[in-house]
Design a binder for this molecule. Structure first.
Ligand code: FPP
Length: 261
């Protein structure tokens, strides 16, 4: 991905003492960074605020991480915004989130256009409230010819549901005679996932200290490196992203083989 050196240095000037662009090897960036944005509610509660204030603050972090990823030249940034299990939250919170998603998407469309970002959704967005779904579809359409970073937003997403859907699609194709069952392999499955055509995440970041995947991209993270920080998502900044990438670059990735070191 093309990097504008001037914008990159400007965006990462004036940082904290422990991390800077100099710690990053720009030739070994993860192609796909994925974030599990967790801790919005706890961030708000710790400040005596409503949980919805935490989600609003979380949007500011997401905007910063999108911008930072574009500046760095990351190919794909994905973010877990709403899981198939999140419908179990109180109706009031679900309504607030759906409203916030629609509003955020409208508000951020100029940024996505300016930065040449293509947006895809992971998950079944047909089941979302009409307004939210329509805004999402409009945004995807508006950004479909962009050639820069891909932003993949997981909304109404669950990995097991995604894999079951892929099986269903493959079975339907096989019963139509469009696929020979004996040829079904890992690439066939990958091609029926919401992430078809995208590289697998190489770095998965989870905030707020939880050591779980929570039904997120189970197929795609087979060889991803994990980075967990205690920082709540609304406190996560461009510098935390650099810390995560620095940690990723210090790992010895063997993919089941032997160390190259
Ligand atoms: C987790 O915090 C966060 C969420 C459920 C939603 C996060 C969504 C955004 C920041 C915006 C996404 C924007 C678009 C356009 C899709 P939590 O409520 O689980 O926090 P807790 O674990 O402290 O309760």
């Amino acid at each position: 991905m093309q990097v504008d050196q001037e914008k990159l240095s400007a965006y990462f000037s004036d940082g904290p003492d422990d991390v800077s662009l100099e710690n990053i090897d720009m030739t070994r960036l993860p192609r796909h960074v994925s974030v599990i944005m967790d801790g919005n509610g706890r961030w708000a509660t710790a400040r005596g605020l409503n949980r919805s204030e935490g989600h609003k603050a979380g949007i500011v972090s997401l905007r910063e991480v999108i911008t930072a990823s574009v500046r760095l030249g990351i190919d794909v940034l994905s973010a877990y915004a709403f899981s198939t299990e999140n419908w179990n939250r109180p109706q009031h919170e679900v309504n607030i989130l759906m409203h916030l998603f629609a509003k955020t998407f409208v508000d951020e469309l100029p940024l996505l256009k300016r930065e040449n970002v293509r947006v895809v959704f992971l998950g079944d967005i047909s089941a979302l409230p009409t307004k939210t779904r329509e805004v999402f579809e409009y945004g995807v359409e508006q950004c479909k010819n962009h050639t820069g970073m891909v932003l993949a937003l997981a909304v109404n997403y669950g990995a097991r549901a995604e894999i079951a859907r892929a099986c269903r699609l493959i079975a339907e194709a096989a019963s139509r005679g469009a696929i020979d069952p004996s040829t079904i392999d890992q690439d066939t499955v990958a091609s029926k996932l919401y992430t078809a055509g995208l590289p697998d995440p190489e770095l998965v970041i989870r905030t707020s200290g939880e050591l779980r995947l929570s039904n997120y991209l189970l197929w795609q993270v087979a060889y991803a490196e994990f980075y967990v920080t205690d920082t709540y998502w609304p406190d996560f900044t461009r510098w935390d992203l650099l810390r995560a990438i620095r940690s990723f670059q210090q790992r010895d990735r063997r993919f089941g083989g032997l160390s190259k070191k």
